[in-house]
Design a protein around this ligand. Structure first.
Ligand code: ARG
Length: 398
């Protein structure tokens, strides 16, 4: 049996190679997808082949990740449970679709991935694979095998696998949009994540004592420039991760509800994602009317949940994307932010076609708003409440 394995190069997917060969007599083809994780991809290829893969594929999907996944996330202000910008969740369907592509091209019978049975990633992989190629069998060695990390290391040793990769005590999943950090002492929700867990974010106490001003340009809801310079979105995200992290901004630490029902303590760093979503949200407030904003908040919540729970390819997503796109027509302008020692504060915004009108809003003399009309409006506005209160007063006095 030929199997295409989604291969990250980490411990789980590396031990999966000999295991698939032993358990299923499989011919294992490994596929590594670049979604902006900083890895040595040559080293990963070497590791796969030396662990027993018969063939290795490398796919650079960074551009697709930015265009098809991160852009909608910005338009949706996508934050699961108001905190997590969904980096891992967004990358999974993309990785799965690339592995399926290779599997079909190479005539594989099955697709394999390194997800455990306790996480969300299995749902994202399995659903995507089943939608795209229902005929492919799905094998998840780690889920099936149920080994602890120590047992995996033991197994790797007995199979003579090269475990020369830098072992971190944390389990890390990285891409351009966010970096998820799990395991070790982080499993205790009370323990503060050590700064060594982070790649971008420094201890704010050690950040430069200087306010970093950033100005972000948006066009129809998409970031297109930084500090007055036009920039492709991928580059802009990369720059903001470095710039924001350097000021000590960009850590997320919250208790998350996994789709499988487990509450888990999740730690992320995502300076760029948090800055961009915050800025985008702010620009929407000056360009979208109140009714659209309040309805859009509902859509954002559903969008984030759908992505988190592995439903990227569900037809509802197309409908949500159509709505989101329709709202972005006027979300063009600039947002100014100050980053300083762990905080990111919006200090100004301007839009090409704002709904904000100084003429209407001003408290100074020249306002075109007819104040007198407020008297009748407010009488009728409160009518229902006043009538109810009057009835109550009547009942109490009788
Ligand atoms: N809790 C996050 C999510 O479900 C991050 C998961 C990290 N995944 C991993 N394989 N380390 O999206």
């Amino acid at each position: 049996m030929k199997v295409a394995l989604a291969y990250s190069g980490g411990l789980d997917t590396t031990v999966s190679i000999p295991w698939l060969k032993e358990r299923y007599g499989a011919d294992v083809i490994t596929v590594t997808v670049d979604v902006g994780q900083s890895e040595d991809f040559d080293e990963i290829e070497e590791r796969a082949l030396s662990a027993g893969a018969s063939k290795h594929f490398f796919i650079d999907a960074k551009k697709e990740f930015v265009e098809q996944y991160i852009k909608p996330c910005i338009k949706a202000n996508g934050l699961y449970e108001d905190e997590y910008p969904l980096g891992t969740a967004l990358a999974r369907p993309l990785i799965a679709s690339k592995v399926v592509e290779i599997a079909l091209r190479e005539g594989c019978e099955a697709v394999a991935h390194g997800c455990t049975g306790k996480g969300n990633d299995q749902l994202r992989f399995d659903t995507t694979i089943s939608v795209l190629a229902p005929q492919l069998r799905i094998i998840a060695p780690i889920r099936e095998w149920d080994l602890s990390r120590d047992e995996e290391i033991e197994y790797a040793k007995t199979r003579g696998l090269k475990l020369d990769f830098r072992q971190s005590r944390f389990s890390i999943d990285e891409n351009l949009w966010s970096r998820s950090i799990e395991a070790a002492e982080l499993e205790d929700p009370w323990v503060k994540p050590p700064y060594e867990a982070f790649k971008y974010v420094v201890n704010p106490q050690h950040a430069p004592d200087k306010v970093e001003v950033v100005e972000i340009d948006f066009e129809k809801g998409v970031p297109v420039g930084l500090n007055g310079r036009d920039m492709p979105l991928g580059e802009l995200i990369h720059e903001l991760n470095i710039l924001g992290g350097r000021t000590g901004f960009g850590v997320i630490d919250h208790i998350e509800d996994r789709a499988v029902g487990i509450k888990s303590r999740e730690v992320y760093e995502a300076p760029a994602a948090l800055i961009l979503i915050k800025a985008h949200k702010d620009l929407e407030k000056i360009t979208l009317n109140g009714k659209t904003l309040s309805f859009k908040a509902l859509v954002e919540r559903v969008w984030s949940q759908m992505v988190y729970q592995g439903f990227w390819l569900d037809p509802l997503m197309d409908a949500l994307h159509a709505f989101l796109d329709a709202t972005q027509e006027n979300v063009t302008g600039r947002v100014k932010m100050e980053l300083y020692k762990g905080s990111a504060r919006i200090v100004g915004r301007m839009a090409e076609n704002p709904l904000y009108s100084h003429e209407i809003a001003t408290y100074t003399k020249g306002s075109v708003f007819q104040q007198r009309a407020g008297e009748g409006f407010s009488k009728i506005w409160g009518l229902d409440t006043v009538i109810s209160a009057t009835r109550l007063a009547r009942r109490k006095s009788s």
